[in-house]
Design a protein around this ligand. Structure first.
Ligand SMILES: Cc1cc2nc3c(=O)[nH]c(=O)nc-3n(C[C@H](O)[C@H](O)[C@H](O)COP(=O)(O)OP(=O)(O)OC[C@H]3O[C@@H](n4cnc5c(N)ncnc54)[C@H](O)[C@@H]3O)c2cc1C
Ligand code: HEM
Length: 370
């Protein structure tokens, strides 16, 4: 661990237990110093659930591994264009952050701690600003018209929209979405199809508990509505140079990016076996299994295994999808794609580690904080 990293961790431990208060203080400072910044944030702001402060703290603490996060930070900066963020805003955020840290650490805060946060923040901000600047030929966000909205069950909808300007992305990537029913609240959803000639994009959305954006997308949005889309992000994409066979593991709407990857392979793949495992609580939640089975019937290199955890009569596998994958192994020399809830992704990664699959062969997206 570098000195910088040690200083960051040590200083964070002074305030960690007061995170919620620190978050309130941070936003209050920011909006007091620059009241016009309030307009960039959601109308009803739940400070404790806001992602910004947590994201900055995590980013700063990964400063020891800049290469891994380089591409992520660039695309995050590019994505921040949708919030109308300008380079000078980074200074306002830095000062609000440092004031918060100083206030909650009290007497134990030192000059060295202060400098460590400034140095790490500068590295992150520089990459994000560079990412935004390099993207100036694209719009800050895309307006898209909802073409179809199909409820697959009580909680899941498949939404097809078409951006008014071309939006380039790769199968497996995710895109942030905002709708008029929850203005300025953006959440990311994986594109569920490989890029099409007509530019339309499908999303598979599950309405979660008290979820603001997902509920609106499933229960309120309708054809003809305009939604806004941010710049595509994510690196769970196909390595076209790899010749290894592939295993895809999806839980619930985690099937969306897997479907996009399969579609991409239908255009070029002739040589790689692709084994898809999809899991859900019950058959109702396997909302796209019929389509997946049709693809498997058409492409000889594709096989499908579906499993449920809470549906004893389901005519397929039973149990957690990670356990089912293990039962079908061993999986020597495969590329893996894993996508679903944080719990599902965690248990699958654990299973793969136990099966000695090298981490470098696994790409994954967890649909929440993992
Ligand atoms: C890389 C990535 C890709 C994603 N792709 C998809 C996708 O293709 N389809 C899709 O449906 N979702 C996807 N998500 C999840 C999505 O971004 C939102 O987090 C989710 O829709 C909840 O947003 P919300 O505003 O409705 O809930 P919020 O208002 O943010 O949260 C409301 C409450 O629900 C809880 N909660 C949030 N998410 C979940 C969850 N998944 N399960 C259970 N409880 C939860 C929160 O802790 C909170 O208490 C993806 C997430 C990531 C990080
Ligand atoms: C080190 C710098 C920064 C990092 C690492 C960072 C990271 C993040 C992340 C990961 C999110 C959640 C993404 C999403 O929900 O789409 C977010 C949200 C946001 N960021 Fe940043 N950000 C930084 C700087 C800034 C700056 C300078 C501004 C401008 C004021 C800004 C404004 C916002 C807004 C408005 C949101 C949405 C608020 C919310 O979800 O509650 N960010 N940021």
């Amino acid at each position: 661990m570098s000195d910088l990293s040690r200083l960051l961790k040590e200083s964070w431990s002074l305030v960690e237990e007061q995170q919620d208060k620190l978050a309130s203080y941070f936003y209050a400072r920011m909006f007091l110093n620059q009241p016009q910044l309030r307009d960039l944030f959601p109308v009803q702001m739940d400070v404790q659930r806001s992602r910004l402060l947590g994201a900055i703290v995590t980013a700063v603490q990964t400063v020891d591994d800049p290469d891994t996060f380089d591409e992520y930070l660039r695309s995050l900066g590019r994505d921040h264009r949708k919030f109308h963020v300008r380079p000078e805003h980074y200074d306002v955020i830095r000062e609000a952050l440092l004031e918060g840290l100083r206030t909650f650490a009290g007497d134990q805060w030192t000059y060295e701690f202060d400098q460590a946060w400034r140095d790490a923040y500068a590295v992150i901000a520089e990459k994000m600003i560079a990412g935004a600047e390099a993207d100036s030929t694209n719009p800050p966000y895309w307006h898209a018209e909802v073409l179809y909205h199909e409820r697959r069950n009580q909680d899941i909808a498949v939404i097809t929209c078409r951006p008014l300007q071309p939006l380039e992305y790769r199968a497996g990537q995710y895109i942030s979405v905002e709708c008029k029913y929850q203005p300025r609240l953006w959440r990311v959803y994986s594109a569920a199809n490989a890029p099409r000639k007509d530019g339309s994009i499908d999303f598979h959305v599950r309405a979660v508990g008290a979820g603001w954006v997902s509920s609106a997308l499933v229960r309120k949005v309708q054809p003809g509505d305009m939604i806004r889309l941010g710049a595509p992000m994510g690196s769970m994409v196909l390595d076209r140079r790899s010749t290894r066979d592939i295993v895809c593991v999806a839980g619930g709407t985690g099937f969306a990016p897997i479907k996009a990857l399969i579609e991409e392979m239908t255009r070029a793949n002739r040589t790689r076996w692709v084994h898809v495992f999809v899991g859900a609580r019950n058959r109702d939640d396997l909302y796209d299994l019929a389509c997946l089975n049709r693809l498997a019937a058409r492409y000889p290199w594709l096989s499908v295994v579906a499993a449920t955890t809470d549906d004893p009569d389901f005519p397929g596998e039973h149990g957690r999808i990670s356990d089912v994958v293990a039962r079908y192994g061993p999986w020597n020399d495969h590329d893996f794609f894993v996508s679903g809830s944080p719990q599902m992704v965690r248990s699958t990664l654990r299973t793969l580690a136990e099966m000695q699959v090298p981490a470098i062969r696994i790409k994954y997206d967890a649909f929440g904080d993992s």
